[in-house]
Every structure is written in C-alpha cells, then in structure tokens.
Design a binder for this molecule. Structure first.
Ligand code: SF4
Ligand code: SF4
Length: 64
C-alpha cells in the first residue's frame, strides 16, 4: 500500500505549482491541467497538496 495523488481537474487552475514542487516528477501539465504521470514514484510528501492554491489535490491510499 502507498499513497498517490489525485487531481480534481474541475478545480485545477493550471498554475503548475504542484509540478514544480514535486521532488519526484510525479506530476506534469497536460492541456493546462496538472495530471498524475508517474504515481509509482510518489513518496507521499504532500508538498503538492500543501502548495496547491485551490485544494485540487488529494492523497489516497492505493494497492499500487
Ligand atoms: S506527494 Fe510529494 S512526491 Fe507525491 S506527487 Fe505530491 S509532491 Fe510529488
Ligand atoms: S497546484 Fe493545484 S491548481 Fe496548480 S496546477 Fe497543480 S493541481 Fe492545478
């Protein structure tokens, strides 16, 4: 079990902050929204969650 981020693309305003603060390059921009690109390397640090200005990111437990 590990945590991975989920992004609510209805809330995301495309600011890229999460992409820039993620130490493991889990996230990237696609069509002006953040998307989860490499969930397997997420370390659960929550920097993306803490820095998103619109609370669009959530960490959830997964079997991955
Ligand atoms: S929790 Fe940390 S490692 Fe995982 S996506 Fe967010 S910033 Fe990146
Ligand atoms: S920090 Fe939040 S609003 Fe900004 S790109 Fe990431 S998910 Fe979207």
């Amino acid at each position: 079990m590990k945590v991975i981020p989920y992004i609510d693309d209805k809330k995301c305003i495309g600011c890229k902050i999460c992409v820039e603060v993620c130490p493991n390059r889990v996230l990237k921009m696609s069509l002006k929204k953040a998307v989860v690109m490499r969930p397997e390397v997420c370390n659960g640090c929550a920097l993306c969650v803490e820095n998103c200005p619109v609370d669009a990111i959530e960490l959830k437990w997964t079997d991955l």
